[in-house]
Design a protein. Structure first.
Lengths: 239, 126
């Protein structure tokens, strides 16, 4: 499959997303730079494992961006296959565990309704990981906040994989649309909490669309968050 | 000297806090505006503020912070990813909210931040 023909609006969108990526990368680079300055003053004051983790997260973000950009412009064809959402939830929870601890979150995986879906496993993990990062608003509360992965049926052929937190920190359709417009501008503030450049949303939206789905706001049982609408796998559903 | 560091990135706040503490400055950290208001009740000499806060922007926080009589004279040092040019702030806004310095994070060393915090205590805030 050849590269997709890129239009003027594609260029505008990719420019916005690239700016959002650059803004997001300022955080880890700043942490590494200032930690190095602190180490020169007193090396015992620096948590070198944290610096390593930060650098790895920055590299992961670059890879996530490349995956979404390549799939969006036809340079990489996603391979959709039937996969259990439960296994994807656990994989993502493992990948973001360190970040969750740093932001004071306890991860929960609800496997009750994890229907098999047609996804590219790497793209699905990346998209859900990106949504998780939007939902994890750093907090200094005494008790860790809960971040729950859960799935539910949207229609006979569609399933939503959601990333939810308790309370009012959800999003509306209008806020999602606004966040999309603001990508790459000074700062994107989503809903009542998340401070981000919008890069995580852009990556999740791009990958969800490449798998025939979309990102949408989700509400379930007094929890709110973001979800990814995906196509159910009829093949596994029959097993 | 005791300062309130309002910084949403917990890991970055730890680095800044340790650096200032090595210089003998006591640091209270809050990752959002609500926690900041509670922390300020402990008594502080200077506020170091990131403009991009969860749920609020820095200006909204400043409006609330300055509405308390007890805190009107506490100097503010902005220490942010958002430069003064990007934020569109001018001398009138800084004067109105008692902002004695606006430091752009990517180009501000920890040493410069510490110097600014020490200098802020000496700045009269009307």
């Amino acid at each position: 499959m050849g590269d997709k023909q890129i239009t003027g609006s594609d260029h505008l969108k990719s420019d916005k997303v690239l700016k959002a990526l650059i803004r997001e990368l300022k955080n880890p680079l700043l942490l590494v730079a200032r930690s190095s300055e602190l180490a020169a003053k007193d090396s015992r004051a620096v948590d070198f494992a944290e610096i390593e983790k930060t650098a790895e997260q920055a590299l992961q973000l670059i890879d996530n961006y490349l995956l979404s950009a390549q799939s969006e412009y036809g340079q990489k064809q996603l391979q959709l296959e039937p996969v259990s959402l439960g296994s994807i939830f656990y994989d993502v929870a493992n990948e973001i565990n360190a970040l969750a601890k740093a932001n004071n979150y306890e991860l929960q995986v609800d496997t009750r309704h994890t229907a098999p879906v047609m996804v590219d496993p790497q793209a699905a993990r990346t998209a859900l990981g990106s949504l998780s990062q939007i939902m994890m608003i750093p907090n200094s509360d005494k008790r860790a906040k809960i971040l729950r992965f859960t799935a539910f049926k949207k229609s006979t052929s569609e399933v939503v994989a959601g990333v939810l937190v308790p309370g009012s920190e959800g999003f509306t359709e209008a806020e999602l649309a606004a966040a999309d417009r603001l990508q790459g501008s000074t700062i994107t503030v989503l809903g009542k909490g998340s401070v981000s450049s919008g890069i995580h949303l852009a990556i999740a939206q791009s990958l969800a669309e490449a798998m025939g789905g979309q990102v949408l706001p989700v509400k379930r049982l007094r929890m709110k968050g973001l979800g990814m609408q995906l196509i159910k796998s009829e093949q596994l559903a029959l097993v | 000297m005791k300062i309130l560091l309002i910084e949403p990135q917990n890991d970055f706040a730890r680095v800044v806090s340790k650096s200032l503490e090595l210089g003998g400055i006591e640091v209270l950290h809050a990752s959002d505006a609500q926690a900041a208001v509670h922390a300020a009740e402990q008594g502080i000499d200077v506020v170091v503020l990131e403009l991009a806060l969860p749920g609020h922007n820095g200006l909204e926080f400043l409006y609330e912070f300055r509405s308390y009589n007890d805190w009107r004279a506490i100097p503010i040092v902005m220490y942010s990813h958002i430069s003064s040019e990007e934020a569109g702030f001018n001398a009138e806004i800084y004067d109105r909210f008692g902002v004695v310095a606006h430091l752009y994070k990517p180009t501000t060393s920890l040493k410069k931040l510490e110097d600014s915090v020490r200098g802020a205590v000496l700045e009269p805030v009307r």
